[in-house]
Design a protein. Structure first.
Length: 307
């Protein structure tokens, strides 16, 4: 039994989304997790996950190991006490800790492959809820945006505690993603923003309101087929992220390089302090912006069409 899940980028509204403001996120098909579950002649639940250098049996892992936690959560959800003899093979082209949702994508693909193998396929709602539980184990207070966009595999306008809203693009547009190669410490940046918010609630609430307006306007431009206006909104969103202290010298260098190379706008994407930045480009300029990012130090670039 096989299942796959895409990566994701946040286009607008990271961090503000933790404070109940809307954010926009889209799936990225160029980065994928694939999970296969097969019968095994060895006893127990064997896991082969080369991207995290893991090959071992479930009972040798701590219960809170990100991969073990998914399996144990599913067994508990389905009331399975006798572990089956299986091999789970996990392959991923999503870089870890880069803001591309690798953790949530591994969880989504695992829940789907394993539940189908066990003849109890889960609905999207069930997958989304279970993956959110796993995200909480590892990230403290996640907003839930990663599990939502990756589970539904569609552009989402996400607000905590609100029904999931997916949306469609009036006209496709091109985003270049540039990876700083620096791990993004999302838990730490979310914690730092919380401390700053506690010290200066009025100022941060105002910034979050401005970002909420940016995300709302961006959704309208995307839906009505005017993605060319997103560049300016990305630049504005980036200014607020800088004020929140979640940009970094490496991100700033790449964002500057993208703008110089002709991008219509650029910002960090995800928790920040590392991980990825994104740039809106005319399709014809995508390769040259990606090349400029590489020259400026990007460890990897992805060109993706948002449809
Ligand atoms: O670093 P990522 O891609 O997991 O994104 C984090 C996004 C935040 O808004 C900073 C946190 C959250 O839980 O939404």
């Amino acid at each position: 039994m096989k299942a796959s899940a895409p990566g994701k980028i946040i286009l607008f509204g990271e961090h503000a989304v933790v404070y109940n403001r809307p954010a926009l996120a889209v799936p990225v098909d160029q980065a994928q997790v694939e999970v296969e579950v097969t019968d095994s002649d060895k006893s127990g639940v064997w896991i082969d996950a080369p991207m995290v250098e893991l090959h071992g049996e479930l009972s040798t892992l701590p219960d809170d190991h990100p991969i073990a936690a998914v399996i144990l959560k599913l067994f508990q959800h389905l009331g399975i006490s006798q572990h089956p003899n299986i091999l789970l093979t996990i392959r991923s082209t999503i870089p870890v800790a880069a803001g591309l949702g690798s953790g949530a994508a591994v969880s989504v693909a695992m829940f789907r492959a394993l539940s189908s193998y066990l003849s109890h396929p889960l609905s999207d709602e069930q997958v989304n809820g279970l993956v959110f539980e796993i995200e909480k184990l590892h990230h403290g207070t996640p907003s839930g945006i990663d599990n939502t966009v990756i589970t539904y595999n569609k552009p989402v306008f996400y607000m905590k505690h609100k029904p999931v809203e997916t949306f469609t693009c009036g006209k496709p547009f091109t985003i270049v993603i540039g990876d700083t190669g620096v791990p993004a410490p999302t838990k730490e940046s979310v914690g730092d923003v919380r401390r700053l918010w506690l010290h200066n609630e009025n100022r941060f609430e105002e910034m979050f309101n401005e970002i909420a307006q940016i995300s709302t306007m961006a959704r309208r431009f995307i839906e009505t087929g005017h993605p060319e206006h997103l560049g300016e909104l990305m630049d504005q969103n980036q200014e607020f992220l800088k004020q929140m202290t979640v940009s970094s010298p490496e991100l700033d260098v790449l964002i500057y390089a993208a703008r110089r190379a002709g991008a219509l706008g650029a910002k960090l994407s995800g928790g920040g302090r590392g991980g990825n930045m994104i740039a809106l480009v005319d399709q014809a300029a995508a390769e040259s912006v990606a090349a400029s990012l590489t020259s400026a130090g990007a460890k990897r670039t992805i060109i993706t069409e948002i449809k």
